[in-house]
Design a protein around this ligand. Structure first.
Ligand SMILES: NC(=[NH2+])NCCC[C@H](N)C(=O)O
Length: 311
């Protein structure tokens, strides 16, 4: 049980990770027709998923990170049935010295958002909490920090209403918001299943993103007309170089990792060797997540960075 208030601090996707929030799986298998009913990709065996979740937490702790698991902080019989509660990433994000709380317009996810956010509100100062506008929806798997002044967001599926989202983010000091719109499939359910920041200055991306336009909204612009750009020039302008991933249907193992710092990445066992060979200057720590991935998300979706050092 947490005793003291939590203080968010996070300005990047790759600053040294000091504190993180996770949520262990509910102890229910998801079988047969239950799979599509809960928005999973495959049958889910709870015991195996639980073991893999413990292994992932262990690796985070071994890195020196404080891990808060909120699964035991809520007591409700419904909470123990919410198999999507593991995807804590979507619920909110520490950004700067604030906690941004999302809103899901997917009825399946609303209850786990409700319970997780109730917990977060209890352990945060009220003044540190900023709620996404009620006219929009925002799931943070769609939210990628490019730098303290700029973020990239996927809209059109789980996150909606570009203008409201841009104004919400401008109000907390962000200067530039890039929006993309991914196909509405389970293989691109959120932004973080098709791209991610890797290490200090690499941006790994699904090859189809070459064809996506980034609509850029700037706080300095007086008109509401966005500027348009390719993803590589948008990302390049902010100092990242794009690495196009192999042209595969489902890239979850390749994109849904978490940077522990600029030289260390926690990644699925399945892709650790592939990346290690490509980027020898980065250390890839593998962890087994295949069972957890049956829920249609992986390491990034299963983690909510709370404190990252600027380095
Ligand atoms: N950040 C993510 N990619 N989250 C994945 C969430 C998957 C979950 N089954 C859902 O339907 O919402």
């Amino acid at each position: 049980m947490l005793k003291q208030k939590l203080k968010p601090y996070c300005y990047s996707e790759n600053g040294s990770l000091k504190e993180i929030i996770v949520c262990s799986p509910a102890k229910h298998n998801v079988l047969g027709p239950e799979v599509s009913a809960v928005g999973f990709a495959k049958e889910f065996i709870a015991e195996k998923a639980y073991e893999q979740h413990c292994q992932m937490k262990m690796k985070l702790k071994d890195f020196g990170c404080i891990v808060h698991d909120l699964s035991t902080e809520v007591s409700s019989s419904l909470w123990d049935r919410l198999v999507n509660r593991i995807f804590i990433r979507d619920v909110g994000a520490a950004f700067g010295e604030r906690m941004l709380l999302g809103a899901s317009d997917n009825e399946l996810r609303q209850p786990d958002f409700y319970f997780s956010q109730t917990f977060l509100k209890e352990f945060l100062d009220k003044s540190d909490i900023h709620l996404a506008p009620s006219s929009s929806s925002l799931e943070f798997g769609d939210f990628l920090i490019i730098n303290p002044d700029c973020v990239l967001i996927n809209t059109g599926h789980r996150s909606k209403n570009r203008l409201e989202l841009a104004n919400f983010l401008f109000a907390i000091g962000i200067e530039e918001v890039g929006f993309v719109s991914l196909p509405k499939t389970i293989e691109s359910l959120h932004l973080d299943v098709v791209c991610n920041i890797l290490g200090k200055d690499i941006f790994v991306a699904a090859s189809f993103l070459r064809f996506s336009a980034v609509s850029i909204f700037k706080s300095s612009s007086v008109s509401y007309e966005p500027e348009y750009s390719t993803i590589d020039s948008f990302i390049g302008r902010h100092g990242f170089s794009v690495y196009w991933l192999p042209n595969k249907e489902y890239l979850l193992d390749y994109t849904n990792f978490i940077n522990l710092n600029k030289q260390t990445v926690l990644i699925s066992d399945e892709t650790a060797a592939y990346y290690q060979e490509l980027f020898p200057h980065i250390e890839f720590i593998g962890t087994e997540v295949n069972q957890l991935q049956h829920g249609a998300g992986s390491i990034r979706c299963l983690t909510m960075p709370f404190v990252r050092e600027d380095d």
